[in-house]
Structures are given as structure tokens and as C-alpha cells.
Design a protein around this ligand. Structure first.
Ligand SMILES: [Fe+2]
Length: 166
């Protein structure tokens, strides 16, 4: 592993970390869609699964532009977040409450990604790598929209969860 001597090295490390994170998510999202009860939440997870496939491809493109490989790093943070998501998946209980648990787990993932992509984009901008910055921004926009969709769904599902808790 090269030392953190330049911003280029730091950027490629961030890309590797994100690549590992997105690949973890590719495996987790189908399980989350299956565990969700509300059809809109299932659809949101399915939609984000498709987008995540695009995020993986963009990271490969970025690595090529940086003349590096996106492979070779394990994102421990995403492993942990996905593990927590798995706990929500396995949990029994009221479907609306469980949906809210899944949304909570998914939003933690999105916020982590938004932080990581924001850092990577800032590094790319500092280095004058406009194409890389634009690719990262495209993904950042999709992560942000997913987060907003999840917030809206939580607001929609919450009344049903409150009713049953009576
Ligand atoms: Fe993503």
C-alpha cells in the first residue's frame, strides 16, 4: 500500500474504499428489498440497487482515469453498516415498524456514502480532475436523492407504525 504522500494517493484510496462499500451494498440491497413490506419501500430499494450497479461502473471508470485499480481495499465501515442492516432484516415484528428499521439502516448507509463521495469529489476538484469530479457528483446526486426518498417514505409509513403500537 503506497504511503499517503500525495492527494492522488489519497483519492485512489477513497475510490477503493467506495468500491468495496458499493459492492457490499450490491449484495445487501436485494435482501433489504425482500425484507421490506411497503411496496414503495421495496421499489425504492430495487431502484437503488440498479443505481448502485451504475456507481460500481463509475468507480471503475474513475480508477481507469486515475490509472489505478478500484480493488484491494475492504470497507470495514460498510461491512458494519450492512451487518446492522442484516439485524433489521432478520427481526420479526410489525411490518411498518420493521420497514422503519430498514429505512434507518439504509439511511446510515447513504449518509456514509454521501460523506465518502463528498470527500472524494473535493479531492478530485483540488487536483483539477474535472471528469472524475463530475462522475463522483453524479453518484453523489443519486445518493442524495435516495436519502430524500427514504425520509419521505419514513414519514409516510410512520403513522401506520404508530397506530398498531396503540
Ligand atoms: Fe452508491
Amino acid at each position: 500500500m503506497p504511503k499517503l504522500e500525495t492527494l492522488e494517493v489519497l483519492l485512489i484510496q477513497e475510490i477503493k474504499d467506495l468500491y468495496s462499500a458499493e459492492n457490499h451494498l450490491m449484495k445487501a440491497l436485494p435482501k433489504m428489498a425482500k425484507a421490506a413490506s411497503h411496496p414503495k419501500l421495496q421499489a425504492a430499494f430495487q431502484k437503488h440497487l440498479k443505481e448502485t450497479g451504475g456507481h460500481v461502473t463509475r468507480l471503475e471508470e474513475i480508477a481507469t482515469l486515475l490509472e489505478g485499480t478500484p480493488r484491494g481495499k475492504a470497507c470495514k465501515a460498510m461491512e458494519g453498516l450492512v451487518e446492522e442492516g442484516e439485524e433489521a432484516i432478520k427481526e420479526d415484528g410489525d411490518p411498518a415498524v420493521k420497514d422503519l428499521a430498514l429505512i434507518g439502516a439504509a439511511q446510515k448507509v447513504e449518509h456514509y456514502e454521501i460523506a465518502s463521495y463528498g470527500t472524494a469529489r473535493a479531492l478530485a476538484e483540488s487536483l483539477g480532475l474535472k471528469e472524475v469530479a463530475a462522475l463522483l457528483q453524479s453518484t453523489l446526486d443519486e445518493e442524495g436523492n435516495t436519502d430524500k426518498t427514504l425520509t419521505a417514505l419514513a414519514e409516510e409509513i410512520t403513522p401506520a407504525a404508530m397506530e398498531k403500537a396503540g
